[in-house]
Design a protein around this ligand. Structure first.
Ligand SMILES: C[S@@+](CC[C@H](N)C(=O)[O-])C[C@H]1O[C@@H](n2cnc3c(N)ncnc32)[C@H](O)[C@@H]1O
Length: 221
């Protein structure tokens, strides 16, 4: 599916529009880098995070050749690979990002193990994904895909939505204590965007992590 819509990655009103908004929100969780800091972006897609980062050596890993080609144009050192078996050494990253990828993998513990393996002690894991709840199935598929058209129809398999407890537990097993918070698009921005009065939509915190949520945590040591 990502290959089919590849021409729309960087279209701010295209099939992946929400990923642009989410990249901006994700970047807010990433601290300014120390000199030479490395950020590994798992499932980097076309590198939508790149414009929001300053000073990191941004390494992206993805399956999609076309997405990686576009990511390279935006300064990402793009590597073709599986997030379940990342071809990078242990402890190589100051920051590991897993943005909108965990809800696409068949083996959550393996994906978490890889993310944590790549982090140096004290390094930061930042992620955002979709929760394994009935509400999320309704909102992400019923509303976002089918009614609002803010993501390609069929891009999500609800069977892969993420069990928040399992996610936190797996991260802890690898020495990363995660804090989660729910986010959603600002409704005022969404309205303004829909009548072309805004170029993008800000994501804002919300009381529940039962739909779309972010996580951040440092690796002990
Ligand atoms: C929803 S997109 C997110 C892209 C990017 N993180 C962003 O937020 O703009 C999911 C990406 O994960 C990639 N992907 C899915 N499963 C993967 C896997 N097992 N290994 C590597 N990449 C994968 C897809 O090719 C796609 O580019």
């Amino acid at each position: 599916m990502y290959e089919r819509f590849a021409g729309q990655w960087w279209d701010p009103r295209g099939a992946f529009v929400m990923l642009h908004w989410l990249a901006a929100a994700r970047a807010e969780l990433i601290p300014p880098p120390r000199p030479g800091a490395v950020l590994v972006d798992l499932g980097c897609g076309a590198g939508l995070l790149a414009p929001h980062l300053r000073g990191y050596r941004h390494i992206g890993v993805d399956f999609s050749q076309e997405a990686l080609r576009q990511a390279r144009k935006h300064g990402v050192r793009a590597i073709r690979g599986d997030v379940l078996a990342v071809p990078l050494p242990d402890g190589c990253a100051d920051v590991v990002v897993a943005g909108e990828i965990l809800e696409h993998v068949h083996d959550l513990p393996a994906a978490v193990a890889q993310a944590c393996r790549l982090l140096r002690p004290g390094g930061l894991l930042v992620l955002d994904t979709l929760a394994d709840t009935a509400l999320c199935r309704l909102v992400a598929i019923g509303v976002v895909e089918r009614v609002l058209g803010l993501a390609p129809r069929g891009v999500h398999d609800p069977a892969l939505f993420v069990d928040r407890r399992a996610l936190v537990r797996e991260c802890a097993r690898h020495g990363v204590r995660m804090a989660l918070r729910g986010i959603r698009p600002s409704l005022a921005d969404l309205l303004a965007w829909s009548v072309r009065r805004r170029a993008s939509v800000r994501m804002v915190p919300t009381a529940t992590t039962a739909v779309l949520f972010q996580g951040a945590g440092r690796k002990e040591g």
